[in-house]
Design a protein around this ligand. Sequence first.
Ligand code: G4P
Length: 528
Amino acid sequence: MSLKQEIARRKTFGIISHPDAGKTTLTEKLLLFGGAIQTAGAVKSNKIKKSATSDFMEIEKQRGISVATSVMSFEYKGTKINILDTPGHKDFAEDTFRTLTAVDSVILVVDVAKGVEAQTRKLMQVCRMRNTPVIIFVNKMDREGQDPFDILEELENELKISTRPLSWPINMGTRFKGVYLLHNNSLNLFEADKTKKASEYIEINNLSDKQLDQIIGDSDANQLREDVELINGVFEPFDREMYEEGLLAPVFFGSALNNFGVQEMLDTFVNIAPSPKSRSTNLRDIEPLENKMSGFIFKIHANLDPNHRDRIAFLRVCSGVFERNKFYIHPRTEKKMRFSNPYTFLADSKEVTQYAYPGDVVGLYDTGNFKIGDGLTEGEKIEFKGIPSFSPELFREVVNLDPMRSKQLEKGLNQLTNEGVAQLFTQQPGNRKIIGVVGELQFEVIQYRLEHEYNAKARFELVNYHKACWMTGGENEITGFIKYRPQDIVYDKDKNMVFLAQTAYILQMAKTNNPTIEFHETSEFKVD
Ligand code: G4P
């Protein structure tokens, strides 16, 4: 197969949701369709159970599971599908944000009873920054939930995206009868069956046909007729270009647990989801079809067992063909690198691979060379864009408890930040170090790893900051701004200047008083 054909048949995407909406269940059903697993229950949830938030070994166990399911690949109707898994726990949200930089589209799962939830909002914000195409699956239709029109309105208002239902539910909860597929005029009748694989569709070309009343009953048939008329009156027909630009999300209704409504979504996904696209770098855009291999690291997974200090760096291939045992260049350090055991991932296992193509993810053994966002090329010194840091939500100052081991502490902090476990901000003069994270659990992970892997002891002291902001604007204005608040100015890992705002009010005042300076909550500046 030519490179062009390999690229065209690949779809790399992520499933995102607020915890408990059904992401793991849906992933499993997709793998069943792809024949990648044979039975339900094979995919373990990677979410850290709420009850285990303070049990570190439990976190570790869960992390172990999550590396096994970091990437799941399977073939479906001639398409090579790569699902990049995202951690469900909110404390590891930054991991999820970064994984979203490596996908070409997403499927968003929403619980019909709960609608848009906190994590849904945040994740979609990241998708909007990158104009990622989104398909929405409204899940748990076998339970009582909100009116489907209300759900669509909520999705549009809260997620700032237009929607277009492609399937429509007939009742819900115990009275759920199935869905009507608006894009091919057919009925898919609901059966509560967790083992069912393929759906059977009944063609209903004319909704006024009495056959419909016989199948689903007069009352539901009339409701469906009314609903469809309203949909056709209110919603524009599905526009693929708008979907590809991330402006319009097709919506499906179903029940992942019962493997219902999943097949029509998967079939649509295979049909419309984009193949690997071009990627921006500091020098130029990279096209997947280029002959030379290039890719970037979006995730690093460390083995926390001190006897096996290896790390796995996850490379998303962006152009050309990645080959085993070939020499590549790591542009940041200009080191030559060769990988004798690169592997690709199947549903629940991994295998050494000879070749990988744009859209694929390769796991590379790493001894500490890589950091998140690094590139790998055949020589060109490019830096990939679009892998930003996001403002942390919690900040603590690092207090060294063993001055004899400050080198180890420094090394540990640097390596952990390179892995993306947390963000490190340094204040000069004085070398004061402030760690920023998204969730409390991350502090626990850092403390544990510093102690066990680097033999360094540190305490984290609460410091009250609200947001980290990267700044752009005139040099004079920024110099003037920082002159009056040196105590709130720090530097990130790439030596960019960052303003730590103590409260939302102070940030607002800074914005009002300095209209020529822009304050950004991500380290790359395309924010909505
Ligand atoms: P997540 O990865 O998004 O966190 O969600 P997950 O798939 O683990 O699903 C969360 C819970 O919702 C699970 O129940 C799962 O069985 C249930 N669920 C998923 N899809 C459906 C659906 O279509 N209908 C109904 N009624 N429930 C659904 P649990 O009790 O938390 O876990 P388990 O003991 O069933 O594994």
